[in-house]
Design a binder for this molecule. Sequence first.
Ligand SMILES: [Zn+2]
Length: 267
Amino acid sequence: MAGNVIRIGNVELVSLSDGNGDREPTFVFPDSTNEIWQSEFSGLLDDAGHLHPRYGSVVARSGGKTILVDTGLQGPEGMLLRDLAAKGIDRNAIDIVVMTHLHPDHVGWNLTGGKPNFPNARYLVPRSDWEYWKQPQVLSQSDHVVEQVVPLEGMDLMDLIDGDYNITDELATVNTPGHTPGHISLVISSAGERGYILGDVAHNPAQAHYTDWNPVFDIQPETARSTRHAVLDHLEAEGITVSAGHFPDPGFGKFVRQGGRRVWQGL
Ligand SMILES: [Zn+2]
């Protein structure tokens, strides 16, 4: 157990949580079966056979900047702001907020009551996701974007970013489309060490082996599947340390090969 803080070269990562969901695994992954979950992944299930995906965020300290990746859901039990405070991170000291994509569980604490929770930060939004969600027929059904993203533009706090954007010298974004059209992940390269902030390229450790399983939330399933294969193959082959927001707390680990199959090995 690595605890909530790891280092990749000179970059410090702090794992944060906004709480956990409660889902039936075959709802999340329609291609999966309860038999497989019970026989191979019982440790990920509660007594009722449900998954409890974490709403995870991560803070990266890099190049003198404090960068928050994703802002949770802000549901009734949401705890991200409390978790930040408990881990000694002042939300006024966040310089940059990066959203991996514009789903409700990744933008939830951008604002509360119309006021930014990270008032001194620039909020970075993937341009392709912004263009997807601002289409009138999509936006009219996406209250979370209306409430948590659109106001940032009016307050001049939002910057649209394209793929391969350098946040610092050792932290950059990379396009990993499919879960959403503009989904991004983050690549860390510092002092000879490498790390990867996954976003929703994968939702559950079971996808280490069952990489074909698309969560029901993937907007472009075929693209998401090929992205997932390419990214997980790369992370496994290179032995890169991963931060996975929906994986069990704290979400740090590696994809490794054991007994002929790929597994998630938490730190
Ligand atoms: Zn998500």
